[in-house]
Design a protein around this ligand. Structure first.
Ligand SMILES: C[S@@+](CC[C@H](N)C(=O)[O-])C[C@H]1O[C@@H](n2cnc3c(N)ncnc32)[C@H](O)[C@@H]1O
Length: 220
């Protein structure tokens, strides 16, 4: 099964977009109030983490706490992760992606991360041997993701059960307190893995005209 190609050139730049350097980084998508982002950047001072959250109140909670804790290796981004990644990131730049307890999208399976054409673009940004960690409290979400990895993305992964005393995110704490099974897939990119976006450079605030010419986008 081949998934339709993601239309990267159609992505408008997020508001107040700032380009990033091409150094090796980690990226958290849907970071919520930032519990994992703050913890991860504290215990991995040698790694630079970009934590993206699109909901204003959650983003504000994360940046407020970041201001108090002051991790220099953490950058918080208020944006939709999809256009931000297309505009900001270089091929093979990301060592680790984290997608922890994403919205399950019960009425819209096409919006789940591994069902989206965008996932191919995300894989193009992942370094060789880099990982995507996808956690969920919904066994069917994990099972569907496993099927997609086998049938569509053809990627190796490891399935792990989250320990009952783990407390990486607010949602993880809530689900484990309720006694729910939390699991994660750690997906690894093999050396010879190719995507249709491997040569696609970050748009850095430009958008394409209908004829494909890149123009600087004016902020709305
Ligand atoms: C169920 S919450 C989990 C939050 C956090 N990871 C946790 O475990 O506590 C999912 C989060 O992903 C965010 N989100 C969903 N789609 C997003 C996107 N395309 N870009 C950025 N954030 C997104 C939502 O705003 C929400 O805060």
């Amino acid at each position: 099964m081949l998934i339709r190609q993601f239309q990267a050139l159609r992505m408008h730049a997020p508001r107040q977009f700032k380009p990033v350097s091409s150094d090796s980084i980690c990226v958290e998508i849907g970071a919520g109030k930032g519990k994992h982002a703050l913890l991860f950047s504290s215990i991995n001072p040698e790694k630079k983490l970009f934590a993206i959250e699109r909901t204003r109140e959650k983003f504000d909670a994360m940046s407020k706490q970041h201001l108090l804790e002051g991790q220099k290796n953490l950058e918080t981004i208020h944006a939709d992760a999809i256009p931000w990644i297309v505009h900001a990131l270089y091929p093979k730049q990301v060592q680790q992606f984290f997608i922890l307890y994403p919205n399950p999208e019960p009425h819209n399976p096409a919006q789940r991360w591994l069902n989206m054409p965008f996932f191919e673009f995300l894989l193009s940004r992942l370094a060789v041997h880099g990982t995507v960690t996808l956690a969920s409290n919904i066994p069917e979400y994990i099972e569907e993701a496993e099927q997609q990895l086998k049938n569509v993305w053809k990627l190796p992964f490891e399935k792990q059960k989250i320990q009952s005393d783990s407390a990486r995110t607010h949602f993880e704490i809530k689900y484990l307190e309720r006694g729910e099974l939390c699991q994660q897939l750690v997906i690894r990119k093999p050396e010879d893995y190719q995507t249709r976006f491997d040569d696609f450079m970050p748009l850095q605030g430009k958008t394409a005209d209908l004829d494909g010419t890149l123009e600087h986008q004016h902020e709305q």
